[in-house]
Design a protein around this ligand. Sequence first.
Ligand code: IPD
Ligand code: CA
Ligand code: CA
Length: 277
Amino acid sequence: MPSIHNDFVPAMSEIAREAGALLISHFQQHVKVEYKGDADLVTVADRKSEILIRERIRKQWPAHDVLGEEQGLVDTGSDYRWYVDPLDGTTNFAHGFPVFCVSLALEYKGRRVAGVIYDPTRDELFAAEQGSGAYLNEEAISVSNISNLAECLVGTGFPSHKRHKNPNIFFYHQITLRTHGVRRAGSAALDLCNVACGRFDGFWEFNLNPWDTAAGVLIVEEAGGKITDFRGGPFQLNSRETLASNGLVHAALLIEFEQIFSGKGLEPLPNVGQDKK
Ligand code: IPD
Ligand code: CA
Ligand code: CA
Protein backbone atom coordinates (compact mmCIF):
# COMPACT_ATOMS: atom_id res chain seq x y z
CA MET A 1 0.00 0.00 0.00
CA PRO A 2 1.63 3.28 -1.00
CA SER A 3 2.13 5.82 1.78
CA ILE A 4 1.02 9.44 1.66
CA HIS A 5 4.32 10.28 3.30
CA ASN A 6 6.62 8.65 0.76
CA ASP A 7 8.37 11.89 -0.06
CA PHE A 8 10.30 12.10 3.23
CA VAL A 9 12.85 9.28 2.98
CA PRO A 10 15.08 10.78 0.26
CA ALA A 11 15.53 14.04 2.18
CA MET A 12 15.95 12.17 5.50
CA SER A 13 18.59 9.95 3.90
CA GLU A 14 20.51 12.98 2.71
CA ILE A 15 20.49 14.48 6.21
CA ALA A 16 21.53 11.17 7.80
CA ARG A 17 24.39 10.75 5.32
CA GLU A 18 25.58 14.29 5.97
CA ALA A 19 25.50 13.76 9.73
CA GLY A 20 27.24 10.38 9.26
CA ALA A 21 30.05 12.08 7.32
CA LEU A 22 30.43 14.59 10.16
CA LEU A 23 30.73 11.72 12.66
CA ILE A 24 33.37 9.99 10.55
CA SER A 25 35.37 13.24 10.36
CA HIS A 26 35.60 13.17 14.18
CA PHE A 27 36.08 9.41 14.53
CA GLN A 28 39.49 8.19 15.72
CA GLN A 29 40.59 11.71 16.53
CA HIS A 30 40.37 10.83 20.21
CA VAL A 31 37.59 13.32 20.81
CA LYS A 32 37.26 14.62 24.34
CA VAL A 33 34.66 12.76 26.37
CA GLU A 34 32.30 14.46 28.80
CA TYR A 35 30.01 12.69 31.26
CA LYS A 36 26.22 13.07 31.48
CA GLY A 37 26.14 10.36 34.19
CA ASP A 38 28.74 7.98 35.70
CA ALA A 39 29.14 6.06 32.41
CA ASP A 40 26.91 8.13 30.15
CA LEU A 41 29.24 9.76 27.63
CA VAL A 42 28.82 12.64 25.23
CA THR A 43 31.28 14.13 22.73
CA VAL A 44 31.55 17.12 20.46
CA ALA A 45 30.46 14.82 17.61
CA ASP A 46 27.07 14.11 19.29
CA ARG A 47 26.45 17.81 19.72
CA LYS A 48 27.61 18.93 16.27
CA SER A 49 25.63 16.16 14.58
CA GLU A 50 22.42 17.23 16.34
CA ILE A 51 23.02 20.90 15.44
CA LEU A 52 23.46 19.92 11.80
CA ILE A 53 20.37 17.71 11.74
CA ARG A 54 18.20 20.35 13.42
CA GLU A 55 19.38 22.98 10.96
CA ARG A 56 18.51 20.79 7.99
CA ILE A 57 15.08 19.94 9.40
CA ARG A 58 14.33 23.59 10.24
CA LYS A 59 15.29 24.68 6.74
CA GLN A 60 13.01 22.20 4.97
CA TRP A 61 10.19 21.83 7.51
CA PRO A 62 10.27 24.90 9.78
CA ALA A 63 6.95 24.04 11.45
CA HIS A 64 7.92 20.51 12.53
CA ASP A 65 8.71 19.72 16.17
CA VAL A 66 11.96 17.96 17.05
CA LEU A 67 12.95 15.77 19.98
CA GLY A 68 16.70 15.22 19.96
CA GLU A 69 18.82 13.48 22.57
CA GLU A 70 21.20 16.37 23.18
CA GLN A 71 18.87 19.39 23.00
CA GLY A 72 15.55 17.90 24.09
CA LEU A 73 12.12 18.74 22.73
CA VAL A 74 10.90 21.87 21.04
CA ASP A 75 7.13 21.39 21.20
CA THR A 76 4.98 23.86 19.27
CA GLY A 77 2.02 21.49 18.90
CA SER A 78 2.91 20.49 15.33
CA ASP A 79 1.32 17.33 13.90
CA TYR A 80 4.85 16.30 12.89
CA ARG A 81 7.47 15.26 15.38
CA TRP A 82 11.03 14.14 14.67
CA TYR A 83 13.02 11.80 16.89
CA VAL A 84 16.75 12.41 16.49
CA ASP A 85 19.62 10.36 17.84
CA PRO A 86 22.57 12.26 16.36
CA LEU A 87 25.03 9.53 17.39
CA ASP A 88 23.77 6.17 18.61
CA GLY A 89 26.70 4.25 20.05
CA THR A 90 28.62 7.11 21.67
CA THR A 91 30.64 4.81 23.94
CA ASN A 92 31.80 2.79 20.91
CA PHE A 93 32.57 5.99 19.03
CA ALA A 94 34.62 7.43 21.89
CA HIS A 95 36.70 4.25 22.10
CA GLY A 96 37.28 3.91 18.36
CA PHE A 97 35.01 0.82 18.10
CA PRO A 98 33.30 1.18 14.72
CA VAL A 99 29.68 0.46 15.60
CA PHE A 100 27.58 3.63 15.66
CA CYS A 101 24.99 5.41 13.54
CA VAL A 102 22.62 8.32 13.03
CA SER A 103 18.92 7.65 13.64
CA LEU A 104 16.05 9.83 12.39
CA ALA A 105 12.34 9.13 12.66
CA LEU A 106 9.28 11.14 11.77
CA GLU A 107 5.89 10.86 13.41
CA TYR A 108 2.64 12.33 12.10
CA LYS A 109 -0.22 12.71 14.59
CA GLY A 110 1.47 10.17 16.85
CA ARG A 111 2.00 7.57 14.07
CA ARG A 112 5.51 6.68 12.95
CA VAL A 113 5.58 7.39 9.23
CA ALA A 114 9.26 7.29 8.23
CA GLY A 115 12.59 6.19 9.65
CA VAL A 116 16.19 6.28 8.45
CA ILE A 117 19.28 4.86 10.17
CA TYR A 118 22.72 5.40 8.66
CA ASP A 119 25.85 3.45 9.61
CA PRO A 120 28.71 5.52 8.16
CA THR A 121 31.39 2.90 8.90
CA ARG A 122 29.76 0.39 6.54
CA ASP A 123 27.97 2.90 4.36
CA GLU A 124 24.69 1.15 5.16
CA LEU A 125 21.50 3.17 5.02
CA PHE A 126 18.36 1.52 6.41
CA ALA A 127 15.05 3.17 5.61
CA ALA A 128 11.33 2.55 5.90
CA GLU A 129 8.06 4.33 5.37
CA GLN A 130 4.82 3.21 6.84
CA GLY A 131 3.18 0.74 4.46
CA SER A 132 6.03 0.73 1.93
CA GLY A 133 8.49 -1.89 3.21
CA ALA A 134 12.02 -1.58 4.52
CA TYR A 135 15.24 -1.09 2.59
CA LEU A 136 18.99 -1.38 3.01
CA ASN A 137 20.80 0.80 0.48
CA GLU A 138 17.60 0.79 -1.58
CA GLU A 139 17.30 -3.03 -1.70
CA ALA A 140 14.20 -4.45 -0.01
CA ILE A 141 14.98 -6.30 3.23
CA SER A 142 13.05 -8.71 5.39
CA VAL A 143 13.43 -10.40 8.75
CA SER A 144 14.85 -13.93 9.03
CA ASN A 145 12.73 -17.07 8.80
CA ILE A 146 14.19 -19.03 11.72
CA SER A 147 11.41 -20.40 13.89
CA ASN A 148 13.42 -22.38 16.44
CA LEU A 149 14.72 -20.23 19.28
CA ALA A 150 17.67 -22.58 19.81
CA GLU A 151 18.98 -21.65 16.34
CA CYS A 152 18.71 -17.88 16.81
CA LEU A 153 21.29 -15.13 17.09
CA VAL A 154 19.91 -12.38 19.30
CA GLY A 155 21.05 -8.91 20.34
CA THR A 156 20.70 -6.92 23.54
CA GLY A 157 22.12 -3.84 25.22
CA PHE A 158 22.85 -2.52 28.67
CA PRO A 159 21.94 1.10 29.34
CA SER A 160 24.62 3.32 30.84
CA HIS A 161 22.08 5.11 33.04
CA LYS A 162 21.24 3.50 36.44
CA ARG A 163 23.41 0.47 35.66
CA HIS A 164 23.07 -1.03 39.13
CA LYS A 165 19.29 -1.22 38.84
CA ASN A 166 19.26 -3.09 35.54
CA PRO A 167 18.37 -6.82 35.74
CA ASN A 168 19.46 -7.54 32.17
CA ILE A 169 22.40 -9.74 33.11
CA PHE A 170 19.90 -12.47 34.15
CA PHE A 171 18.16 -12.20 30.78
CA TYR A 172 21.54 -12.21 29.04
CA HIS A 173 22.54 -15.43 30.79
CA GLN A 174 19.27 -17.23 30.23
CA ILE A 175 18.82 -16.24 26.56
CA THR A 176 22.48 -17.08 25.86
CA LEU A 177 21.79 -20.63 27.03
CA ARG A 178 18.61 -20.89 24.92
CA THR A 179 20.04 -19.63 21.59
CA HIS A 180 23.15 -19.66 19.41
CA GLY A 181 24.20 -16.59 21.35
CA VAL A 182 23.53 -13.01 22.36
CA ARG A 183 25.47 -10.06 20.92
CA ARG A 184 25.90 -6.73 22.72
CA ALA A 185 27.27 -4.40 20.07
CA GLY A 186 26.44 -1.02 21.67
CA SER A 187 24.03 0.65 19.25
CA ALA A 188 20.36 -0.09 19.81
CA ALA A 189 19.35 1.51 16.52
CA LEU A 190 21.72 -0.76 14.59
CA ASP A 191 20.58 -3.75 16.66
CA LEU A 192 17.04 -3.11 15.41
CA CYS A 193 18.31 -2.78 11.81
CA ASN A 194 20.09 -6.11 12.24
CA VAL A 195 16.75 -7.70 13.14
CA ALA A 196 15.11 -6.02 10.15
CA CYS A 197 17.63 -7.44 7.66
CA GLY A 198 17.77 -10.91 9.23
CA ARG A 199 21.26 -10.82 10.76
CA PHE A 200 19.67 -11.05 14.20
CA ASP A 201 16.49 -13.03 14.85
CA GLY A 202 15.61 -10.97 17.91
CA PHE A 203 16.67 -8.08 20.12
CA TRP A 204 15.62 -6.76 23.50
CA GLU A 205 16.63 -3.95 25.81
CA PHE A 206 15.36 -2.22 28.96
CA ASN A 207 14.98 1.54 29.30
CA LEU A 208 15.67 2.72 25.78
CA ASN A 209 14.64 6.24 24.92
CA PRO A 210 12.32 7.29 22.06
CA TRP A 211 15.26 8.58 19.97
CA ASP A 212 16.94 5.14 20.24
CA THR A 213 13.94 3.19 18.98
CA ALA A 214 11.60 5.37 16.88
CA ALA A 215 13.27 4.75 13.51
CA GLY A 216 14.35 1.17 14.21
CA VAL A 217 10.95 -0.15 15.26
CA LEU A 218 9.35 1.13 12.05
CA ILE A 219 12.16 -0.46 10.01
CA VAL A 220 11.64 -3.80 11.81
CA GLU A 221 7.86 -3.68 11.36
CA GLU A 222 8.13 -2.77 7.70
CA ALA A 223 10.59 -5.65 7.23
CA GLY A 224 7.91 -8.03 8.53
CA GLY A 225 9.07 -8.26 12.15
CA LYS A 226 7.27 -7.83 15.43
CA ILE A 227 7.80 -5.36 18.29
CA THR A 228 6.17 -5.55 21.72
CA ASP A 229 6.90 -4.86 25.35
CA PHE A 230 8.26 -7.70 27.51
CA ARG A 231 4.82 -9.18 28.19
CA GLY A 232 3.63 -9.13 24.59
CA GLY A 233 1.69 -5.86 24.90
CA PRO A 234 1.86 -3.14 22.27
CA PHE A 235 5.19 -1.36 22.00
CA GLN A 236 5.12 2.32 22.93
CA LEU A 237 7.97 4.76 22.51
CA ASN A 238 7.92 5.55 26.22
CA SER A 239 7.26 2.00 27.45
CA ARG A 240 10.93 1.41 28.40
CA GLU A 241 10.72 -2.21 27.17
CA THR A 242 11.66 -3.13 23.61
CA LEU A 243 11.37 -6.69 22.31
CA ALA A 244 11.87 -7.10 18.57
CA SER A 245 11.93 -10.31 16.57
CA ASN A 246 11.28 -11.92 13.22
CA GLY A 247 7.79 -12.71 14.57
CA LEU A 248 8.36 -16.47 14.41
CA VAL A 249 10.30 -16.68 17.67
CA HIS A 250 8.44 -13.90 19.47
CA ALA A 251 6.22 -16.23 21.51
CA ALA A 252 9.20 -18.34 22.54
CA LEU A 253 11.10 -15.25 23.69
CA LEU A 254 8.07 -14.04 25.65
CA ILE A 255 7.85 -17.42 27.42
CA GLU A 256 11.51 -17.13 28.40
CA PHE A 257 10.94 -13.59 29.63
CA GLU A 258 7.92 -14.62 31.68
CA GLN A 259 9.98 -17.38 33.32
CA ILE A 260 12.81 -15.00 34.11
CA PHE A 261 10.44 -12.38 35.56
CA SER A 262 8.78 -15.00 37.75
CA GLY A 263 12.11 -16.57 38.75
CA LYS A 264 11.08 -20.01 37.39
CA GLY A 265 13.28 -22.33 35.35
CA LEU A 266 16.32 -20.11 35.80
CA GLU A 267 19.63 -21.71 34.90
CA PRO A 268 21.87 -21.18 37.94
CA LEU A 269 24.86 -18.90 37.46
CA PRO A 270 28.09 -20.81 38.12
CA ASN A 271 29.66 -20.12 41.46
CA VAL A 272 32.68 -17.99 40.55
CA GLY A 273 35.85 -18.84 42.45
CA GLN A 274 34.52 -21.99 44.13
CA ASP A 275 33.65 -24.45 41.39
CA LYS A 276 36.87 -24.73 39.38
CA LYS A 277 35.97 -27.93 37.48
C1 IPD B 1 22.94 3.89 23.66
C2 IPD B 1 23.12 2.75 22.68
C3 IPD B 1 23.37 1.44 23.40
C4 IPD B 1 22.27 1.14 24.40
C5 IPD B 1 22.08 2.31 25.36
C6 IPD B 1 21.81 3.59 24.59
P1 IPD B 1 23.72 6.36 22.92
O1 IPD B 1 22.67 5.10 22.99
O2 IPD B 1 21.98 2.61 21.87
O3 IPD B 1 23.41 0.36 22.51
O4 IPD B 1 22.61 -0.02 25.10
O5 IPD B 1 20.97 2.00 26.17
O6 IPD B 1 21.68 4.65 25.51
O7 IPD B 1 23.82 6.89 24.33
O8 IPD B 1 25.01 5.83 22.43
O9 IPD B 1 23.04 7.26 21.99
CA1 CA C 1 21.04 6.21 21.57
CA1 CA D 1 23.04 9.34 21.22
